[in-house]
Design a protein around this ligand. Structure first.
Ligand SMILES: Cc1cc2nc3c(=O)[nH]c(=O)nc-3n(C[C@H](O)[C@H](O)[C@H](O)COP(=O)(O)OP(=O)(O)OC[C@H]3O[C@@H](n4cnc5c(N)ncnc54)[C@H](O)[C@@H]3O)c2cc1C
Ligand SMILES: NC(=O)c1ccc[n+]([C@@H]2O[C@H](COP(=O)([O-])OP(=O)(O)OC[C@H]3O[C@@H](n4cnc5c(N)ncnc54)[C@H](O)[C@@H]3O)[C@@H](O)[C@H]2O)c1
Length: 461
């Protein structure tokens, strides 16, 4: 007989796992279907492995900063093979703990690829055969995979996507990164610390394109100071393995002949594509939009009783956004939260490394799109005692104001992610300059730069 569930979740990444845990803890009979590994992209080939790389290598940058200030010297050596082994152990242990948590809560874990069988059941194709499970509600949390384009397809030899790059047994000594977005910049920073010569190639005229322009400029200056070559606004024609090298051909202008770059390895990091094909959802009336994102209404519903959260709905490609959406859906299934549409609040986003980038709420251009007058104010990190103590004084905090209220914050510099939660809370509460003036910020902290930016003179954006 087909087992019936209140909720079947497709995908065990941050969105799917958190939804299954919360639903089961609240008493819903819940199944989680996972085609590969619990933890999804974030744990296995995303947030966590990259942060283990950056964490293990951060002392290299910190020592470099202090030695430039002539107060420290020496060398930090990182054993990359040991780091990779630690990463794999950490990821495996976390997966095990996740499986234990599901078992403890009574969530049935079905290993295999899920696909709609009919309007109320899912067929799970596992290694032990195929089974069918029934659902009252379905949550699609199947995530995303690396994007690739003609000519820009990783071959798994010298041309890799982020998954292949994270699995390397040794760090290459030269690296071409196609795509100066979050994945490319975080991985390039880890590779740089481990000795790789970095070249970033991007079709856009600036790196970190969705960020504030001043932030992109500050990042470009920082990376050029680190010796990186930035080839921006160029069209990549192809990137292929040739012998022991990755060779990239590009068009720098309409008139120019193609130019070639070669390195030990190339990383292609040109965005992500939703895992929405072959789920069989069309028969329920689920629509796809853009690159194949599952279209959801204001309640994150893709069809009656079918919800989609996380990367697959294309709203915000961040782990914490997937988890936040999952919480909303489960609360809705439990009849809590009334009829309020999903509200993400100000989404904090962080580019990790050194420098880091923090963004919360609206950037000046986005705030101006509403047609209202927008002001900005800034503080430089050079005036901050914590930045001074760490000899990391490059960077700034920038506040965005509409009608006298804080609607956005961005910052670039070492450790600016420390301000993420405070900035998000202040934007959410819509603080005024006077609120900041009357609030006691602890001293010395990087948060004082947030206060300084809020108190600084405002100018038109
Ligand atoms: C290199 C890298 C670094 C990143 N760093 C960060 C970061 O620092 N912070 C951050 O917030 N975000 C980061 N992200 C993004 C983050 O990983 C994703 O936003 C997040 O994992 C999305 O979660 P999800 O639950 O929607 O999907 P995923 O984590 O992609 O999980 C989806 C799961 O669904 C499974 N699945 C797919 N199809 C089926 C099917 N038919 N049946 C059953 N199971 C299926 C997959 O196997 C997968 O396990 C990073 C991403 C990458 C690639
Ligand atoms: N710290 C974090 O929170 C974190 C870290 C990594 C990834 N992520 C998430 O994963 C998502 C995907 O990351 P990503 O870096 O792959 O995508 P991205 O969208 O951030 O950056 C892709 C870059 O590739 C460039 N590009 C696209 N096509 C190109 C082409 N044909 N030739 C040259 N350049 C091209 C784009 O101009 C862009 O700069 C991010 O949007 C982010 O949401 C988050």
């Amino acid at each position: 007989m087909t087992t019936q569930y209140d909720l079947v979740v497709l995908g065990g990444g941050p969105g799917g796992f958190d939804a299954a845990v919360e639903a089961a803890a609240a008493g819903l009979k819940t199944a989680l279907v996972e085609a590969a590994e619990l933890g999804g992209t974030c744990l296995n080939r995303g947030c966590i492995p990259t942060k283990l790389w950056l964490g293990a290598t951060s002392a290299i940058e910190e020592l470099a900063a202090q030695s430039k200030a002539r107060v420290a010297s020496g060398e930090v050596r990182v054993d990359f093979a040991a780091l990779q082994a630690k990463k794999d152990r950490h990821v495996a242990a976390t997966r095990k703990a996740m499986a234990a948590r599901l078992a403890q809560l009574g969530v049935d874990l079905h290993a295999g690829r899920g696909r709609l069988a009919d309007s109320a059941s899912i067929e799970v194709a596992g290694t032990d055969g195929t089974r069918t499970i029934g659902f009252k509600n379905l949550l699609v949390a199947t995530g995303s995979r690396p994007a690739c384009f003609p000519g820009l397809t990783p071959d798994g030899v010298r041309v890799l996507d982020s998954t292949g790059f994270l699995a390397l047994p040794a760090m290459p000594q030269s690296l071409i990164v196609v795509g100066g977005g979050f994945i490319g910049l975080e991985m390039a920073q880890a590779a740089h610390r481990l000795g790789a010569k970095i070249t970033i190639v991007d079709a856009l005229p600036r790196i970190a394109g969705p960020e504030d322009r001043e932030v992109s400029r500050a990042l470009e200056a920082a990376f050029r100071r680190m010796g990186w070559e930035l080839r921006l606004g160029v069209q990549v024609t192809s990137v292929t393995t040739q012998g022991d090298s990755a060779v990239l051909t590009m068009q720098t202008s309409a008139e120019s002949a193609g130019e070639e770059l070669a390195a030990e390895c190339a990383l292609v990091a040109v965005g992500r594509r939703p895992n929405s094909a072959d789920l069989g959802l069309e028969s329920l009336g689920v629509e796809l939009s853009g690159p194949g994102s599952v279209r959801t209404n204001e309640y994150l519903e893709a069809a009656p009783g079918v919800y989609a959260v996380g990367d697959v709905n294309g709203r915000t490609l961040l782990a914490h956004a997937a988890s936040h959406q999952a919480h909303y859906v489960v609360q809705r299934l439990l009849g809590k939260g009334g009829k309020a549409p999903y509200d993400s609040g100000p989404v904090p986003s962080i580019l990790y490394g050194n420098p880091e980038v923090l963004r919360v709420g609206l950037m000046a251009d986005e705030a101006k799109a509403g047609g209202e007058s927008v002001l900005v104010s800034r503080a430089q990190l050079i005036q901050n005692p914590i930045a001074q103590a760490h000899a990391a004084t490059q960077g700034f905090v920038k506040c965005v104001w509409r009608q006298g209220r804080l609607v956005g914050v961005t910052a670039v510099g070492a450790d600016v992610s420390r301000m993420a939660v405070s900035a998000a809370l202040l934007v959410r509460a819509g603080w005024t300059r006077e609120d900041a003036a009357g609030f006691m910020f602890p001293h010395p902290t990087l948060d004082e730069s947030l206060k300084a930016a809020m108190l600084a003179d405002k100018e038109a954006a």
